[in-house]
Design a protein around this ligand. Sequence first.
Ligand code: MSP
Length: 509
Amino acid sequence: MEKTFYVTTPIYYVNDVPHIGHAYTTLACDVLARYKRARGYQVAFLTGTDEHGQKVETAAKANGETPLELADRVVKRFQALWKKLNISHTDFIRTTQERHKHTVQEQFKAIEAKGDIYLGEYEDWYCTPCETFWTETQLLDGNCPDCGRPTTKLKEESYFFRMSKYQDQLLEYIGNNPDFIQPKSRRNEILSFVREGLRDLSISRTSFSWGIPAPGNDKHVIYVWFDALTNYISALGYPEDKDGNFETFWPAVHVIGKDILRFHAVYWPTFLMAAGLPLPKKVFAHGWWTVEGQKMSKSLRNVVEPNMLVDKYGVDAIRYFLLREVPFGLDGDFSHSALIHRINSDLANDLGNLVSRSTAMLGKYFAGELPEPGARLEIDEKLIELFAANLTKIDEQLEDMAFNKALMSIWELISAGNKYIDETAPWTLAKDPQQRERLATVMYNLLESLRLIALIVAPFMPETGAKISSLLGADGTNLALDGQDQWGGLKPGTTIEKAAPLFPRIETE
Ligand code: MSP
């Protein structure tokens, strides 16, 4: 049977424009998708947009457009950004698409038929001038968080999901599957939340209309989270599964930010249990970015716009920085100085120099033609062993979504390559005709190191991986690791040109 892998990003709200926070989640998923593909998996990689709900309805009204017009406009910005960031998603779902609405209604009906959805009453705080319901926690000193006027407690008819029924089953599942919710600290948070008791969940609203109607009762629209979470299976064609995608790919690995963990680790699994479906393989909640030490917000005018960063520094530099700078799972701070420092030291200096020195020396000593290697010395064996060990390590690190550690392991290889140059001193060997075979071995090992570095760096930095690979005479579009990750893949006799600098240094005043 073919190995398959299904990874998802959250679907992004269209009432905001994309910023580095969104780019971060999507990039992480892209690295996983590319890595798994390189390892021979058939990959489904889903992203998309969350387009229903009161916020979108209100934002559209304020702009004098329909909610769908607003969504159409913002969706283009997300799609353009993903293209620019080299995101390799295989599907893009919009919750306003028919295929999605269909699945949500089918899911609602199935759970209702089982008796786990019932009609009841929901009590909330209502702001009459704004015509908006607020939950107790949303209120500011008891007043409407939008206009500041007093609110009144009102009852609203609502459908409820019998979430309470699944409390024990969920606890048991989390207990039996230690890797289901990651990182561990987050898992503990969820465990204590569930242990405190799950209440039934209101899953419809009658106070606004921009949403998917509840089947058989048009007065109600389905609550945004019941709608949104279902995207992960509607994109696979559930329940009909005409193309067999659900059968092939479900369950998924969900990558999300820490703010939406409860929805993914409590609501979503219990919906799935009620529908009799397997639970996700993993829910990983990453941390949040601040900017130069402050929370990113429109009012502070410090929202970091990824388009601008890519134009200025290049796509691979941004991809590298975001995943290298902060352990996935922890909060991090974005600063231009940290970004420039990484570009100059890790990319221009370490990686860039290794590539340019190695290819330049091959040009100088062997006219750019890769020689046949001779007998290995201990220093060669050590280098080769390090590559084998770190490739295995990286596989495990990516399994744990430790992107920064995986990058450190790759940079260990790059440093080892630079150190190998310093220690073998090819320029000295080149002066001695007796050392011609030794020089050939050294040059072969260096260029072979570059081949493996290109393949393993490619999921993180696809353009760079392809550039180095093509330089070595390989097909820059085939960056498979599967079957190509053993030492000795480069063919002697290959012509390799001197590389142009991969990453220009960024000068700062
Ligand atoms: N629409 C919901 C998700 C529904 S999934 C079924 C949503 N959308 S969102 O656009 O507000 O956020 C999407 C993702 O962006 C979340 O995972 C969130 O954590 C992430 N980020 C938003 N701001 C962020 C930072 N400042 N830093 C890192 N990630 C952040 O929630």
